[in-house]
Design a protein around this ligand. Structure first.
Ligand code: GDP
Length: 301
């Protein structure tokens, strides 16, 4: 069962949107991700998010229903484009942060281009509205000139005024993300199949060995699964969430740290679960050989 949303239509269940935060330097991307991380944690997880694993999930209330949103926790365009370059479209919605005292800047325009190239809807977070020089309507005007037209001007993009520093209207932003997802995307995935997804970041930990944060895109990832990611393979020995808790399974749109790879996968590598260790190893070996051949051929040119 390979490929896009394998399984019948009846197997497809709603899944949370995956969001990337982009925008000009110093407009508040990092601060926004921090504020969201601190203010919106799952019920029961009183300790809050305790570790940076490259992505996290928050819960918020929309019209009386608890809904999840997954944030890629590396702001900026590199992560976004790195994953796209490897064909791993991990993002459903781009939040573009624009500082209301600074307005649209070169990297704002770049972010719009990236979102368009990836064909993902945009939500605009007009940040720093607490600042004396803030001019949110100017931001709306400038963004309109780039073709990103606010709903209130007859366009189809939601703009939300926020202060990441003071925690103002973060709920409004989360709501806009969910409303945009509901209005323009049909986010469903089959949780019953073997897991597939993308590695968001990976490193070698002294005690734990290779540690990879993966985002499950389809299926359910379980402890004990044989996995291959790029030319790395292994068996899932442990999975740890952003609350530093061990989990036994990860559903679509859930980011989780995986321990058990025999080498470190690359950020942006796609991963998949295969039936046994032997197969995972074969696929990884074949990919490594292909990569070596390609490098050899390139060197001879
Ligand atoms: P990034 O480069 O886009 O990640 O920007 P940062 O999140 O690092 O923010 C740049 C600076 O703007 C930092 O000094 C932040 O504290 C500040 N900042 C971010 N959001 C706000 C805000 O809502 N209001 C104010 N006054 N300052 C903010």
């Amino acid at each position: 069962t390979f490929g896009e949303d394998a399984g019948g239509d009846e197997d497809l269940l709603p899944r949370p949107p995956v969001v990337t935060v982009m925008g000009h330097v110093d407009h508040g991307k990092t601060r926004l991700l921090d504020t969201i991380r601190k203010t919106n944690v799952h019920e029961g997880e009183a300790g809050g998010i305790t570790q940076h694993i490259g992505a996290y999930q928050v819960a918020t209330n929309l019209e009386g229903e608890e809904r999840l949103i997954t944030f890629i926790d590396t702001p900026g365009h590199e992560a976004f484009t790195a994953m796209r370059a490897r064909g791993a479209t991990s993002t459903d919605i781009a939040v573009i942060v624009v500082a209301a005292d600074d307005g649209v800047m070169p990297q704002t325009a770049e972010a719009i281009d990236h979102a368009r190239a990836a064909d993902v809807p945009i939500v605009v977070a007009v940040n720093k509205i607490d600042k004396p020089g803030a001019n949110p309507s100017k931001v709306r005007q400038q963004m309109s000139d780039y073709g990103v037209v606010p709903e209130e001007y007859g366009g189809d993009t939601m703009f939300v005024d926020i202060s990441a520093r003071q925690g103002v209207n973060i709920e409004g932003l989360l709501e806009a993300i969910l409303l945009t997802a509901d209005a323009s995307l049909d986010l469903r995935a089959n949780p019953t199949m073997e897991a597939q997804g993308v590695a968001i970041e990976a490193h070698l930990d002294r005690g734990r060995g290779p540690v990879a944060t993966v985002l499950v895109q389809r299926g359910t990832l379980r402890v004990g699964d044989s996995v291959v990611a790029g030319d790395a393979y292994g068996r899932v020995r442990r999975m740890i969430n952003e609350f530093d808790e061990d989990v036994t399974e990860a559903l679509p749109a859930r980011p989780v740290q995986v321990i058990g790879f025999t080498s470190v996968p690359g950020a942006g590598d796609t991963f998949l679960v295969v039936e046994e260790d032997r197969v995972a190893r074969q696929i990884a070996d074949r990919r490594r050989a292909r990569l070596r051949n390609a490098q050899f051929a390139a060197a001879r040119k």
